[in-house]
Design a protein around this ligand. Sequence first.
Ligand SMILES: NC(=O)c1ccc[n+]([C@@H]2O[C@H](COP(=O)([O-])OP(=O)(O)OC[C@H]3O[C@@H](n4cnc5c(N)ncnc54)[C@H](OP(=O)(O)O)[C@@H]3O)[C@@H](O)[C@H]2O)c1
Length: 420
Amino acid sequence: MSSVIGVEATEREAWQAPDVTRVRVALAGCGAVGSALLREIDARRDTLAGRHGIEVELTRVLVRDVSRQRDARFDTALLTSDVGEFLAAEADVVIEAIGGFDPALRISQATLSRSRKLITANKLLLAQHGTALTSLARAHATTVRYDAAVGGGVPILRLLDEALGAGGPSSVRGILNGTANFVLTRLENGASLDEALDEARCAGFAEADASRDLDGRDAGDKIALVAWTAFGVAPEQLSVRRQSLLPEPDRYVALAGRIGRRVRQVAECTIVNGYVIASVEPLLVEAQSALGRTADEGNHVEVFVGWRAPLCASGPGAGGLPTATALLSDLISANAAPRRTRSHHVALADTRRFQWAVEIRGNASALHRAVPNCGLVHTTTDAGTSWTIVEAATPDDVSLIAGRLIGASPIVARCAESIL
Ligand SMILES: NC(=O)c1ccc[n+]([C@@H]2O[C@H](COP(=O)([O-])OP(=O)(O)OC[C@H]3O[C@@H](n4cnc5c(N)ncnc54)[C@H](OP(=O)(O)O)[C@@H]3O)[C@@H](O)[C@H]2O)c1
């Protein structure tokens, strides 16, 4: 005991601030994330220098409209809307916080081709071009880091990359889209879809068009990056089974309530018989489970590594500040390239059997006809809605059932923990 205390005291006395290296940073994008990053760099100068040995020198800031007021303190003479001028700036690191493909892809390719380090929050870009960009980085002896692209402030990729030692997960699942979760929890509390979306936009969690969030495409891009990190499968090659919450997410909330559960948009990638399967879907979870208790813009991820319980990470999954914090931590560790080693192949189909809730508009007869061995069917008192539980069906089986019910506006949702 005393020797431990003695060692700590000696180490503290011997500790010296690291030498400070100047890092020239060119920032593409100064919106919610980019401006939060500049505020963080400004507020944390002392810690960056004293603890991490970095002094950030901002060399250029690319935006669309240079005349717009920015919510950060910096030399506005650095602003440009000209991509060529931006790329010509001196920089050791380029941080891309624009989003979308163009000019983000051009900037990323030019950055890596010039052997500069690239840090990006752009999951769309990485899900489509991740392998090509990391190959380009390798060819030019530089690195691309993108922890901010998944989980906002929740360091999911870092957890998978660095916290598991030599062990690998068998499955990773979680709530990866803060906007969809915000909307679902507002609907649970009685808001309409329009009210929930308006509130999400006012809070800065949702863009004008939230369809990529609600139909699962955004979470699909993120789970592809998670699968890349966890299992080494190229994100462009992974096919993600995706079930949308649209057009009526409130129907999933009501269906979950009918069977005493909550609905969450859950993304998952898992190894089944040695192959990788990935999905994004409305999952019916126990209200008291960690997924069920994740509210508002929260993200929650569970990594299954064969321990008694999964390794979990939770926190704000959206918003400028949490995302900027992840970019800053990438900047601090920009010298190390994350490893991506292929250890598994992508599966052609998910043949596992689950329990599902199936709901239709109208009375029970259509369900009896469409569902093989249909069990108990419930109908609301006005006979406007009927639902049943389908046991031991694969995702393909349940798609067939939904196809047979198409005239009755079916929705289907998998029940969590129901693998059979
Ligand atoms: N917001 C979040 O909560 C969050 C969370 C995780 C990841 N991300 C990711 O972070 C990235 C940035 O998101 P954001 O929310 O900060 O977006 P944003 O608020 O819309 O900001 C985008 C910035 O890029 C600039 N820009 C857009 N198109 C441009 C063009 N063609 N040329 C030059 N500049 C251009 C805009 O300039 P103007 O300001 O002049 O229009 C703006 O400064 C995206 O990849 C997003 O997916 C965001």
